[in-house]
Design a protein around this ligand. Structure first.
Ligand code: MF3
Ligand code: CO
Ligand code: CO
Length: 290
């Protein structure tokens, strides 16, 4: 690609006015292969137009989460929440990404207490006082994805459950604060893991965050454990999720054999998760969905 060619990012601008300086910086960085350091591939770098689509997808996704937030209470069944989120997304021109994703049967995931993630909404699942509930929603808008989840405490919950929910949120926030352009992916997991362990909790390793935007789950896999300065280089234009799953007990998880989806802790201890979709910017991060 020469200076006057159109940039590889699809912006329609000349390379010299677009990603030339970016590429020079990217290629000048010496990678330490012993730390697993790698450069991101160009396909996961989004241009301004793509970022704007993901931003709009995120706005719809946030609205769907707000809709659930307004309705969630003791005695409500989780299918009613699923249907309300579905309706909100469709009304705003989006598509619920989970529906039919690899055969997933509903539009959102609702995961209660010892359920870590991918809980399937059901008319038979009634929320009750004391439950801690993760609601995870992903929207597709004009083909672009945004993915976020929040915890809800149903009525009054035990101090231990409340603490788990709070620390899991802090883990996500610290993971996001660890994201800096031209630094490494492993910084996220290092920050999350340190905070969880400080409070006696474990971090799920079998599932993690992910690149998101042009598809639901793209490169890189985002571990919530790890070491600083390891893994993929983070650069402006990358969009990813930070979504630590924090267990009160041990880190191991199992998937329900009957439905093929519901992930619970192996030891049946309670688990909490928060998720945001973030954009890596020149100066730090921008939240795309939360
Ligand atoms: N939203 C989840 C995530 O954070 C993925 C759910 S996939 C589904 O990556 F099929 F279970 F919906
Ligand atoms: Co999600
Ligand atoms: Co996700």
């Amino acid at each position: 690609m020469t200076r006057n060619d159109l940039c590889w990012c699809g912006s329609g601008k000349k390379y010299k006015k677009c990603h030339l300086a970016f590429d020079e910086r990217l290629n000048a960085i010496k990678l330490d292969i012993f730390k697993g350091q790698v450069r991101p591939s160009k396909k996961i770098i989004n241009n301004e137009e793509e970022i704007e689509e993901i931003r709009q997808s995120g706005t719809i996704n946030d609205g769907a989460l707000n809709t659930v937030a307004d309705m969630i209470r003791p005695g409500i069944d989780t299918l009613t929440l699923n249907d309300a989120a579905h309706e909100y997304i469709v009304q705003h021109g989006g598509i619920p990404a989970c529906l039919d994703y690899e055969g997933y049967p509903k539009s959102i995931c609702i995961s209660i207490n010892e359920v870590v993630c991918h809980g399937i909404p059901s008319k038979k699942t009634i929320l009750k006082e004391g439950d801690i509930v993760n609601v995870d929603i992903t929207t597709i808008f004009h083909g672009y994805y945004a993915d976020a989840s929040r915890m809800f405490m149903i009525g009054e919950v035990s101090p231990a459950a409340e603490h788990l929910v709070r620390i899991a949120k802090e883990c996500m926030e610290l993971g996001i604060e660890a994201v800096r352009p031209w630094h490494f992916l492993g910084d996220i997991g290092a920050a999350v893991e340190a905070h969880a362990h400080k409070h006696g909790y474990s971090v799920v390793t079998q599932l993690g965050g992910h690149g998101v935007g042009k598809s639901f789950h793209e490169e890189p896999f985002v571990p919530h454990v790890g070491e600083v300065d390891t893994g993929m280089l983070l650069v402006p234009g990358m969009v990813l999720t930070v979504e630590p799953m924090i267990n009160a007990g041990k880190y191991k998880v199992v998937t329900d054999k009957n439905d093929g989806w519901t992930v619970t802790t192996k030891d049946k201890s309670w688990s909490a998760q928060w998720e945001k979709t973030i954009l890596v910017t020149e100066t730090g991060t921008e939240i795309m969905s939360s």
